[in-house]
Design a protein around this ligand. Structure first.
Ligand code: CA
Length: 428
């Protein structure tokens, strides 16, 4: 099926500001609550939120096989379950409805009133009910940096790393959408030079610059997803801040990996940008020749995506300072390889599962994806534009991540995931 929605020459009758992440070629999917307290599935063009439930009720999706309440739900899981063919039909239709040459909705003020909202007037929700959350560890630069700091500078990568898309099972109960503040966690740590642990607020709260992909019901239990088919089961991507407490992590992570250092919060951007919309931004990933992956992980063609990523910190009531610029294309393992590996043993993947990329660090120090790396374990504090310094994230700081793709014709972006760190939770 042709991705007519991706036509770069298409213009919308809705105003799209210059440099918007959401031109008519994007058509992401999300869930929002309107001023009238109605929850609906929607999309975004420019600074307008579009109610797909209302569009469906007004028959704008006629001819596409959809259940009657497909878009009047509070999650995208059922829509994602319908599969790639439906996603494409709906995205193409939305592009058609909002095309500047199509008068159907453009010239119908009554319909526009119930379909289109200003983005400031809606409240974005989590786009999917996340059943399972898996976090990979697929940036070679990040794994090398962490290996140097936590283990052995001369053998930073563990022997399995270049053979396995390493990952662990996280927890979905504390994944929150952009804008929801996060409490500094309490936990056990071993202070430097001590032999006995102490309990208290983490002193090393960090972000992890990640992206995550969201799957459809890809397989039945026992059935592996071949690497060449894996992309068909990926609905789209979001920005993902996987909050981490480095001091808790350091004390607890041997032998079974991170536990409470990672599951207190992860924040996602609210609009899922489809893999289809990212199609023009395919790129080559890093070479995988030394060693070559095992056969079930071997891929031909371009499976990385050129997505520019940025992290900024804004202190309480202060201006933001950009502290890192990275790119999703630096990932050593592709999403398809991650999904193929995840299911090679027969592990079942469901609609709405979320797979984090792992921290995305680039080759240069200004492209590292965590404070741990940017300040090299707190040794080299970063200076913010207000003159203050940061080794890690402080109470009142807001961490903002942005991501977009750009070529000569279009820009497709994710908006942002922005969340503030609050002091430890206390009962009022
Ligand atoms: Ca992570």
């Amino acid at each position: 099926m042709t991705l007519t929605a991706n036509d770069p020459s298409r213009k919308s009758w809705l105003n799209v500001p210059q440099d918007s992440d959401f031109p008519i070629q994007n058509i992401p999917f999300g869930v929002f609550i309107t001023k009238d307290d109605v929850i609906t599935i929607g999309t975004r063009i420019g600074n307008y939120a579009i109610d797909l439930g209302a569009l469906q009720q007004l028959n704008y999706f006629e001819g596409i096989e959809l259940t009657d309440d497909m878009f009047m739900q509070d999650t995208l899981n059922d829509f994602i379950s319908d599969g790639k063919k439906t996603w494409r039909l709906v995205r193409n239709r939305i592009a058609d409805i909002f095309d500047s040459n199509n008068p159907e909705l453009r010239d119908n003020d009554k319909h526009k009133e119930v379909v289109i909202f200003n983005i400031e007037d809606v409240e974005m929700q989590l786009p999917v009910l996340i059943g399972d959350y898996t976090d990979f560890y697929s940036s070679r630069e990040h794994a090398t940096n962490v290996g140097k700091m936590f283990r052995d500078p001369d053998n930073a990568l563990l022997p399995n790393w270049l053979h396995i898309p390493v990952g662990y099972h996280g927890r979905s109960s504390t994944i929150v959408p952009s804008g929801i503040p996060v409490h500094r966690p309490n936990g056990q740590t071993l202070p430097p030079g001590e032999t006995q642990p102490v309990f208290g607020p983490s002193k090393r709260v960090d972000f992890e610059l990640e992206m995550a992909f969201i799957t459809t019901d890809a397989n039945i239990m026992g059935e592996p997803i071949p690497v060449d088919e894996a992309e068909d089961h990926i609905f789209g991507m979001v920005l993902f801040n996987d909050w981490s407490a480095r001091d808790i992590q350091k004390w607890e992570y041997v032998p079974l990996g991170p536990f409470l250092a990672k599951n207190f919060a992860s924040s996602v951007s609210p609009w899922i940008v489809t893999l289809d919309a990212l199609e023009p931004f395919r790129a080559s990933g890093p070479e995988q020749n030394d060693p070559k992956p095992l056969e079930y992980l071997q891929q031909e063609g371009e499976h990385a995506f050129d997505i520019k990523l940025q992290v900024a910190i804004a202190p309480e009531d202060g201006e933001e300072t950009v502290i890192s610029n990275s790119n999703f294309k630096y990932m050593y393992w592709s999403m398809a390889q991650q999904l193929a590996h995840h299911t090679v043993n027969g592990c079942r993947v469901n609609s709405g599962d979320l797979m984090g990329s792992g921290t995305i660090s680039g080759p240069t120090p200004d492209s590292f994806g965590s404070m741990l790396e940017l300040t090299w374990g707190g040794q080299n504090p970063l200076k913010l534009s207000d003159g203050t310094e940061r080794k890690f994230i402080e109470d009142g700081d807001t961490v903002i991540m942005r991501g977009y793709c750009q070529n000569d014709n279009i820009r497709i972006g994710f908006g942002e995931v922005s969340s503030k760190l609050l002091p430890p939770f206390s009962k009022k």
